[in-house]
Design a binder for this molecule. Structure first.
Ligand SMILES: [Zn+2]
Ligand SMILES: [Zn+2]
Length: 298
């Protein structure tokens, strides 16, 4: 297994953060009983991104690119209180992933986990420079974190933010990999996508809509570049080549408002699976840009 050997390092974080060194007994405790594994999207797209992943009665947010008020309200509508949220993991420092973070982190004293480069970007960003830096906890790609009943593995992705990562999260039941805001799928990202039973994969733009659309040339080039975004065709290609029966749910995320349509993203992914002999339309979900989803029990 290509990357398995590098995942033996574990983040050791001291109080007051509830991140724990996974002693053998703790691991046994975490993974020996049945915990429900849940996911919901609070917003997904270039105007704002935020997701919740939970195990048992605790969980983490990934990104806070919408207002803290909306995050709290959408979680409450799914029966989740902020007391159950143990940290917020950040993928990168673009405003559509961090703009709700100052109020959220400061008000709820929520640990902010991101790579050191990303934390540096957050600390100097005009939208987020007011965050109490005592809440910052630097993580490293491939360094395992045990938190909120979850084992979390961050991995590098190619994008033009600072210290960009995706996340693989699992409990004893199931696992989820989030790969958003990335220009291409390298071997390592594919490894983490293939090992999850639920994947949240970027499907940002339809190539033809981008080409014919009104964006200036330099912006089109940025989106298509190896540090830009994944297209519907990129997501479909992954499914065509790597889909297997262990993947139970595919959530297409971060759709562009101007260069994509939910129907196009969905049909492109579906075609890739049908072409491969898989007739499973119910496993493909397109995450809405501005509404929260209900809670998925994965
Ligand atoms: Zn983004
Ligand atoms: Zn981005």
């Amino acid at each position: 297994m290509l990357f398995e050997g590098t995942m033996n390092f574990t983040l050791i974080l001291s109080a007051p953060f509830s991140l724990l060194l996974p002693s053998k007994s703790l691991l046994l405790d975490l993974f020996s009983s049945l915990y429900p594994f849940v996911f919901c999207s609070l917003a997904s797209g270039s105007s704002g991104n935020s997701y919740f992943v939970g195990s048992g009665d605790e969980g983490v947010l990934i990104d806070a690119g919408i207002s803290a008020r909306r995050i709290v309200k959408s979680l409450a509508e799914n029966g989740i209180s902020m007391a159950q949220v143990k940290a917020v993991l950040i993928t990168h420092d673009h405003s559509d992933h961090i703009k709700g973070l100052p109020v959220l982190a400061n008000k709820f004293r929520l640990p902010v986990l991101a790579t050191a480069e990303c934390l540096g970007g957050i600390a100097s960003h005009y939208l987020t420079k007011e965050i109490d830096q005592e809440l910052f906890q630097a993580i490293r790609p491939k360094q395992k974190i045990i938190l909120a009943g979850l084992e979390i593995n961050p991995f590098k992705v190619s994008h033009d933010g600072s210290g960009n990562v995706g996340y693989h999260l699992r409990n004893n039941q199931t696992s989820l990999t989030l790969a958003t805001d990335l220009g291409f799928l390298d071997e390592e990202v594919i490894f983490y996508l293939k090992k999850a039973s639920a994947i949240i994969l970027e499907s940002n733009y339809d190539e033809e809509m981008l080409e014919k659309g009104s964006y200036p040339y330099h912006l089109k080039q940025r989106i298509r570049s190896s540090t830009g975004h994944l297209s519907n065709a990129d997501a479909a290609n992954f499914l065509k080549k790597h889909f297997h029966q262990g993947i139970k749910n595919v959530f297409l995320c971060h759709l562009s408002q101007h260069n994509n349509l939910p129907e196009l993203a969905h049909s492109s992914a579906l075609k890739a699976l049908n072409g491969n002999g898989h007739k499973l339309p119910e496993l493909i979900h397109v995450l809405p840009r501005s509404n929260a989803t209900t809670l998925f029990h994965l």
